[in-house]
Design a protein around this ligand. Structure first.
Ligand SMILES: Nc1nc2c(c(=O)[nH]1)N[C@H]1C(S)=C(S)[C@@H](COP(=O)(O)O)O[C@H]1N2
Ligand SMILES: [Mo]
Length: 156
């Protein structure tokens, strides 16, 4: 499905689209109005050394579920077909699997953070946070695009 019902994101916004019923442009304000979690992550970066940050924001899985992916939510196996591509404004991208963040499988409490170290991210845009990661590369800042995709459409 192409993102027909959304325009290009402005600074600080992210486009959520793909194999979902309700594609959306989401601002930090909208994400901040959803139920919030908090987490502190410590990670190691090859270039900048050990880092530690405190984040707040909604769970990524709650944001994705609000967009109504085109699977049968009651069917565990059906959900496992889905991929999630998260893109930063600078082109840095990571692909997650639905099973990785689904509470009935990997249960990683991934956040779409709206604040970092008590500073709000309205201007920069939301940040992906992957608690438990040993390297910082998946804590993608300035997220502009999240695409949900049924993998069997790619590789059938
Ligand atoms: N958009 C974007 N986010 C990114 C990166 C990047 O290149 N682009 N690099 C990642 C890497 S490799 C690390 S270690 C952390 C560093 O985050 P910090 O400088 O805020 O501690 O940001 C991550 N988020
Ligand atoms: Mo890094």
């Amino acid at each position: 499905m192409q993102p027909t019902s959304i325009d290009l994101p402005m600074a600080g916004q992210l486009a959520l689209w793909g194999d979902v019923r309700l594609p959306a442009l989401l601002s930090v304000a909208v994400l901040g109005s959803m139920p919030q979690r908090e987490t502190t992550v410590s990670f190691d970066c090859r270039t900048s050394g050990p880092r530690r940050h405190y984040f707040t924001g909604p769970l990524l899985i709650d944001v994705l579920q609000a967009a109504e992916p085109l699977f049968d939510p009651a069917e565990r196996k059906d959900r496992l077909r889905y991929l999630i591509s998260v893109l930063g404004r600078d082109g840095h991208r990571a692909v997650l699997s639905w099973g990785e963040i689904d509470p009935e499988f990997g249960n990683t409490a991934a956040l779409l953070a709206v604040s970092m170290d008590c500073r709000d991210l309205t201007e920069q845009g939301p940040q992906l946070v992957m608690p438990g990661d040993r390297c910082g590369s998946r804590h993608i800042s300035q997220v502009t695009d999240i695409r949900v995709c049924a993998a069997d459409r790619l590789w059938s």
